[in-house]
Structure formats: C-alpha cells, structure tokens
Design a protein around this ligand. Structure first.
Ligand code: C2E
Ligand code: MG
Length: 418
C-alpha cells in the first residue's frame, strides 16, 4: 500500500514536472547550426516542449521583445560574431529579463566562471555554465537545479509598447523629462544633471525608457522623441540658468539620430534659442550602439557637434567593443562607466577590474570619467579612493522631476556638510 501511494505520488509528481516542462519556454542562442540542432534534440528528449532556436543576438532579442514569447530560460553561447554573449546579456538586462540563463562555451572554465559572475551582477539567475561539447546529463542537472520562477518573471517582465501608442504619446505630450544629478565625489559639488525620459501613461502610470526607446528606434520615431526631450531639457536649463543655478545638461541621443544630416544644426539652434552655451550641453551616445565598421554618418554629426563646442560622452562604457584606436578617432570628452561595473565593484574582483580598466582608458584618452550606478556608501568610497571625476546613482539621488531639483540640492549640501 505504502508502495502504491508512493508510486502514485511519484507518478503525479512526474506528471506535474512534465506539464511544467511543457510550459517552460527555452531560447537557445548559438551561431553554430549544428550545436543548435544538438541542443534542440537534447531538450526535446528531456521533455521541454517550447524551444526556440536563434543563430544571432539580434534574432533572439526580436523574440524576447514579443511579450508572448519571452523565454523563462536562455542557453547562451559566449562566443559569437557580431553581438557576443556579454553584449547580449547587457541587452537582456536593459529589458529587465527576469528568467534564468545558462552559459556555454569552448572557453576554459576560468573564463566561464568570470562570465558567470558578470551575468550575476545583472541580477540574472545563473544555475551554472557548461563547457562545450555540452552533454545531456550536465545540461539536465543544471536545468533541474534551476527552479523556474515563471510567475515571478512575469511580474517583473517589462511590456514592450506598440509603435502607434508611442506615436500618439509623443504627439499628445505624454513624455516628460526627469533629471538625475551628477556630482563630484571629491567635493560633493553638483556639477550637472542627466535628462532621462519618462512616459506619463494615462492608464499605466510611469513607463520607463526600456519599454519604448527600442520601439522608437525601430519604428522611425526616435527623431521625434529626441527632439521633444531636447527641447524640454534646454527650456529647463534656461529656467535654471535664470534662477542662478549653473548646471551642465546631459541628454541621451540615439545613434540613429546622428544619421540625420540636420541633427547638429537642430541642436545648435535649440541651444541658441534657449541661450544655453554649447559647452554646458553633453550629448551621450551608448558605446554598444556605435558601429565599428561604418562610422561615417555618425562620425560626421559627432564631429560637427564637437566643432560647435558641444560636449560628447560615450555612455554605458564597457558594454560595447571599442578599442583604444577606435575611441581615439571619435572626439569624446567624457566616458561613463556602465553601472554593472560600478555597483559592488569593491566586493567583486572581476567587476573591479572592469571598473579600473575603464578608468584607465578614460585617463589615457584624457576624458572626464563618470561612474553610473553608485548605489551605496561602499560604491561612493570606491570612487573617492580611485579618483573618479564624477558620480551618478541612487546613493546620491534617483532621477526626479525638474521642480524637485533645487530642494534636493539643499538637502544634498547639508548631507555633505555633515
Ligand atoms: P543611461 O543613459 O545609462 O542612464 C542611466 C540609467 O541608469 C537610468 O535608467 C537611471 O535611472 C539608471 N540609474 C542611475 N543610477 C542608478 C543606480 O544607482 N542604480 C540603478 N539600478 N540604476 C541607476 P533609465 O532612466 O531607466 O534609462 C535607461 C536608459 O534609457 C538610459 O540609460 C538611456 O540609454 C535610455 N534613455 C533614457 N532617456 C533617453 C532619451 O531621452 N533618449 C534616448 N535615446 N535614450 C534614453
Ligand atoms: Mg546616459
């Protein structure tokens, strides 16, 4: 009897696991078609019913951006041409991916462990990694170790917005600018702010850029969006300037904006209209979006902006593939170390190494360095110890509406005096 109950329970349990497996969405990303086929067969044999195969990072991101297709688990090859595994993980983090991830690679174990640690800094669950060739038993063991928190993932998952909805929001003035302070760790001086766009949605509340910047870029809306953000930010800078607040103003621009031949003139016209000197305006471009093959169009606009005395910043540094030589060819004034190499660097050797390397590159190229993602006092002390020029992060202040900035500056100054 006992045996039969146990057997029954066991059967039920197995059935539950099988149903669960049928519902789990797994995405496999590898540029090698043979490995893709092999992994697909292994997963099918294990009972996983929803497996998507992708041979490039771009194809995988397209799948992930479709809300109904968001995977619960990703099997990711580290070494791929175009977008490699590390860059892909960064793109996942931007999309607030909340599922699991297993890395596999032909690299040695040491390399895999370092990559694993890096992925964990993005708060992505990594049950482990696998050296190629992947065997069914090792893969099964890792998948079993990982308990899929599908519901948790769904709760945190972001919703990618529709292009029509976004177009209407831009036209109806639903986009608003928030501003996050940038301060000097050595003195606490509030040097400037970064403009970060938000969508005040009539029914969904505040919507963050990760849900709509990509949509704007792929649907030809990014020029309109950037124009709205820039116009608002420069008008605000004028208000602060007239109130005696001298702040540098940073605005994020997409690489697609730089392809418009009139972009530099448009920015210069707006700044002149607002009476804000170009030296006080920084245009931030994400490193990972800078094409390293054909730079002509963006380089032309960047150079024209620089000639007009605007400041240029390379953003999210560490997430792309720039080499020193390539960086020397673009007239950047500032380098922003990505937050994944700032928060917690003091407690993680690999992260600290990335942070130190980014700082060293900026020094070699004579650029000002901003560390983003300063979340606690340990991060702040790390910046002071290493002589980083500027800091930005929740430890200092979260992005806020313009009206809150003067009050925040007073509180911050009092905090610094203490
Ligand atoms: P970014 O330019 O790297 O901006 C920094 C992001 O990190 C902001 O997220 C900011 O809120 C967040 N952040 C700052 N300090 C901390 C911290 O201590 N901890 C954590 N966890 N996060 C911190 P946000 O506002 O969600 O913006 C995300 C990205 O969206 C920006 O990254 C930027 O690439 C893009 N973005 C924002 N506004 C615009 C815009 O007007 N145009 C374009 N093209 N992109 C924009
Ligand atoms: Mg930025």
């Amino acid at each position: 009897m006992v045996y039969s109950i146990c057997k029954q329970t066991n059967k039920l349990w197995k059935a539950l696991i099988m149903t669960n497996k049928l519902n789990i969405k797994i995405l496999v990303l590898d540029d090698d078609p043979f490995t893709l086929k092999l992994l697909a067969r292994m997963l099918a044999n294990m009972g996983y019913g929803q497996v998507t195969l992708c041979d490039s990072g771009r194809a995988a991101l397209e799948q992930i951006d479709r809300a109904d297709n968001r995977p619960d688990m990703i099997l990711l090859d580290l070494n791929m041409p175009e977008m490699d595994g590390i860059e892909f993980v960064h793109r996942l983090a931007e999309r607030r991916y909340a599922g699991g991830l297993i890395l596999f690679s032909g690299e040695d174990e040491h390399m895999l462990q370092a990559a694993e640690k890096l992925v964990q800094t993005y708060k992505i669950t990594v049950p482990g990694s696998l050296q190629k060739p992947v065997t069914p038993d090792k893969l099964a063991a890792l998948l079993e170790k990982w308990t899929p928190s599908v519901q948790e993932g769904a709760a945190e998952a972001i919703r990618i917005r529709g292009a029509d909805e976004l177009r209407a929001a831009i036209a109806n003035g639903e986009l608003v600018n928030y501003y996050q302070p940038k301060v000097e760790p050595a003195t606490g001086w509030v040097m400037g702010v970064e403009t970060l766009v938000r969508w005040r949605h009539p029914t969904d509340g505040m919507v963050f850029p990760c849900e709509f910047i990509g949509v704007a870029e792929t649907h030809g809306l990014i020029d309109d969006l950037t124009r709205v953000v820039l116009t608002g930010a420069l008008a605000q800078a004028k208000v602060w300037q007239e109130a005696g607040l001298s702040l540098q103003l940073a605005v994020n621009v997409s690489i697609d904006n730089l392809a418009s031949p009139d972009f530099a003139d448009f920015v210069a016209g707006l700044a002149a209209e607002a009476g804000v000197p170009p030296q006080k305006v920084v245009l931030e471009v994400s490193e990972s979006r800078i094409p390293m093959d054909d730079l002509r169009a963006p380089l032309e606009t960047l150079t024209r902006l620089r000639m007009k005395r605007f400041r240029l910043s390379i953003d999210e540094f560490g997430t792309g593939h720039s080499s020193l030589v390539q960086l020397r060819g673009i007239p950047f004034d500032e380098l922003k170390i990505d937050q994944s190499f700032v928060h917690g660097a003091w407690s993680n050797k690999t992260v600290q190494m990335k942070y130190d390397a980014s700082l060293a590159i900026a020094r070699q190229l004579d650029m000002e360095v901003v560390a983003v993602g300063v979340e606690d006092e340990n991060d702040w002390d790390n910046l002071r110890r290493t002589g980083c020029d500027l800091a930005q992060g929740y430890f200092i202040a979260k992005p806020m509406p313009a009206a809150e900035l003067p009050g925040w500056i007073e509180t911050w100054q009092a905090r610094m005096r203490e």
